[in-house]
Write a protein that binds this ligand. Structure first.
Ligand code: BGC
Ligand code: CA
Length: 363
C-alpha cells in the first residue's frame, strides 16, 4: 500500500511532524529546512484503490471460503483488503470493525456472525462516516431498516432456495416411486437446518416442505434439528436418526451441502449407496464436493448459491461506496426496495453440473 510506504519513508527520514487523515487523501506535514511544508498525497492508493475492511463470520465454513476467494479475486487492482476471520464470535467481530475503522478503511464489507447485529455494526460505520455492505447474512428486518442510509446488502432471496429445492425434490420423488419405501403414499423426511435466526436457514426449512406439499405430495417429518451448516454436526445428526428411524427415513433435506456431506458420510458408514441400498439427499450451495457426490449418484441434487457473483457484487458495491460513487455505478447489479442485490439461485442436478462448476471457479 502506497500510503504505508510513504509513511515509512517519511519516518525513516525523521521528518514527520503530523499526519492527518482527511477524506480520501492523506495529508502529510513535513519539515525540511526549518519551514513547515504541507504535501497532499493524492496518488492512486488514496483515491482509486480504497482500503476496504472485510469480515467473514468464520473461515471454517465451506460456502464462505468460496465467497471469500471471490471477493479477493475481484479486489485485484481495485481495492486493498483487510480480511478478518470473526471465528463465529460477534464480540470479536465488533472489535475487528473498531480496529479496521481505526486503521482508516474507506468502506466495510461485513459477513455478520449474528444477523441481528446489523444495526450495531451500522452505528459504528455511521459514526466513522463510512459505508457498509453486509453480505450473505441479512438483517432479518431488512437492511433498509438498520438505521443508516449508507448500508446495503448483497446476498440472495432466501425463500427462492427453499422453493427450488422443494421443486427438485418433488420432481425426483415423482420419478422414483420406490423411494416411498413403506408404500404409504407419504414422504417421511428428516430436516437438517442451518443456524437458527439465519434468514437462509429459516426460509429453506419452511419453503422446501411447503413447495413439496404444494406439488401434491403429503409429507411427514420424522426429525428436524439444526446442524449449524456444519458437516460434522450433520454426520452426528444422521447417525442418531438412522439409529432411531433407519429405513423409515425416505428423504433427507439439508439446508446446505456442508451438512449433506456429513449426512452422506453417515449413510455410507451404514452401508447405503451399495447394491440397492439408497437414500435420497438434497442440499443447497452446489459446492464442488457436492457436485462430485451428484456425479457419483450419492446426492440427488442441490441449489446453486453463487459465491462468484455474490463476492464480486460485494466487492464492487464496496469499492463504489468507498469512492463516494453510486454503489451500482459501472456494474450490472440491481438493488431492490430493501437496498439489496440478490443473486439468483439455480437448481443443480446431474444434467447441469457445469453451471455450478463455473460459479465455483472449477471451469
Ligand atoms: C450458505 C451456507 C453457509 C451460510 C453462512 C448460506 O447462504 O448456504 O452454506 O453456511 O450461508 O452464512
Ligand atoms: Ca412413505
Amino acid at each position: 500500500m502506497k500510503v504505508k510506504k510513504l509513511l515509512s519513508v517519511l519516518l525513516m527520514a525523521g521528518m514527520v511532524m503530523g499526519i492527518t487523515a482527511c477524506g480520501s487523501q492523506t495529508k502529510t506535514t513535513t519539515e525540511t529546512t526549518g519551514t513547515a511544508q504541507t504535501t497532499e498525497a493524492t496518488e492512486a492508493s488514496a483515491g482509486d484503490i480504497p482500503l476496504i475492511g472485510v469480515t467473514i463470520y468464520k473461515y471454517d465454513d465451506n460456502f464462505m471460503s468460496y465467497t471469500r476467494m471471490s471477493i479477493e479475486s475481484a479486489a485485484q487492482g481495485k481495492a486493498e483488503l483487510l480480511m478478518n476471520d470473526s471465528q463465529n464470535d460477534q464480540s470479536k467481530q465488533n472489535d475487528q470493525v473498531d480496529t479496521m475503522i481505526a486503521k482508516g478503511v474507506k468502506a466495510l464489507a461485513i459477513n455478520l456472525v449474528d444477523p441481528g447485529a446489523a444495526p450495531a455494526i451500522a452505528d459504528k460505520a455511521k459514526a466513522a462516516g463510512i459505508p457498509v455492505i453486509f453480505f450473505n447474512k441479512e438483517y432479518p428486518d431488512g437492511t433498509n431498516n438498520v438505521g443508516y442510509d449508507k448500508a446495503w446488502f448483497v446476498g440472495t432471496n432466501s425463500a427462492e432456495s427453499g422453493i427450488i429445492q422443494g421443486e427438485l425434490v418433488a420432481k425426483a420423488w415423482a420419478a422414483h416411486p420406490e423411494w416411498d419405501k413403506n408404500g404409504d403414499g407419504k414422504m417421511q423426511y428428516v430436516m437438517l437446518m442451518g443456524e437458527p435466526g439465519h434468514p437462509d436457514a429459516e426460509a429453506r426449512t419452511k419453503e422446501s416442505v411447503a413447495t413439496i406439499e404444494a406439488k401434491g405430495i403429503t409429507t411427514e417429518e420424522l426429525a428436524k434439528q439444526t446442524g449449524m451448516w456444519d458437516a460434522s454436526k450433520g454426520k452426528e445428526l444422521m447417525e442418531t436418526w438412522l439409529a432411531a428411524h433407519g429405513d423409515k427415513i425416505e428423504m433427507v433435506l439439508c439446508n446446505n451441502d456442508g451438512m449433506a456431506l456429513g449426512v452422506i458420510e453417515a449413510l455410507k458408514a451404514a452401508g447405503y449407496f451399495e447394491g440397492d441400498k439408497f437414500m435420497p439427499v438434497v442440499g443447497v450451495d452446489a459446492i464442488p464436493e457436492a457436485l462430485e457426490l451428484i456425479k457419483e449418484g450419492k446426492m440427488v441434487g442441490t441449489v446453486l448459491n453463487d459465491p462468484l457473483n455474490q463476492g464480486k457484487a460485494t466487492l464492487e458495491l464496496a469499492v463504489n461506496a468507498a469512492l463516494g460513487k453510486d454503489v451500482l455505478e459501472g456494474t450490472s447489479w440491481e438493488l431492490d426496495e430493501t437496498l439489496a442485490v440478490r443473486v439468483p439461485y439455480v437448481a443443480i442436478t446431474e444434467e447441469n453440473l457445469d453451471v455450478a462448476e463455473e460459479a465455483y471457479g472449477m471451469k
